[in-house]
Write a new protein. Sequence first.
Length: 194
Amino acid sequence: MAQCECQQMATTLTDRKILMIALILNISMFVIGLIAGVFAQSTGLIADALDMLADASAYALGLFAVGRNLRFKSMTARLSGSILLILGISVLIDVARRFGFGSSPISTVMIMIASISLVVNGSVLILLRRFRGGEVHLRATWIFTRADVIANLGVIASGILVAITNSRYPDLIMGLAISLYVIREAFAILKSTY
């Protein structure tokens, strides 16, 4: 019995440590990505940065939920999914605004920041792989990060297309695609809590 409790405590400490590392990395990349996205007039980078903020909130909520009861963990995952849904809709609005009023995305900034984000998210995804089949609040953090890796690749591709075509439309399309993907992931998280 005591050995079982010690194993549970060790697992809880490991989970907390992993979530703390992921939280710090994602908050850092949110700040960097948002500043770069605004500077580069890139909806793709802004969407990616907001997705990092959503991840950071999921990791913070996950940290708070470690060691608590199933009902609390489910409620935490539901909150994470709701935050992601709100952010996805916000990016949709920004895409529409930039489509109507114009933008001039800077491809080199898009590619550079998205590449850095890809390295960070790839590292975090490796750290979180143990949560892939775990409890709902921890599984949500893995889903968030998986979405980020895909979004980073998309922003890199759209940055390349912006450079080749000298058009803002690849960035707008990527911002739209990321926001729709984020919304889909939000619904996947929300569905897993019921």
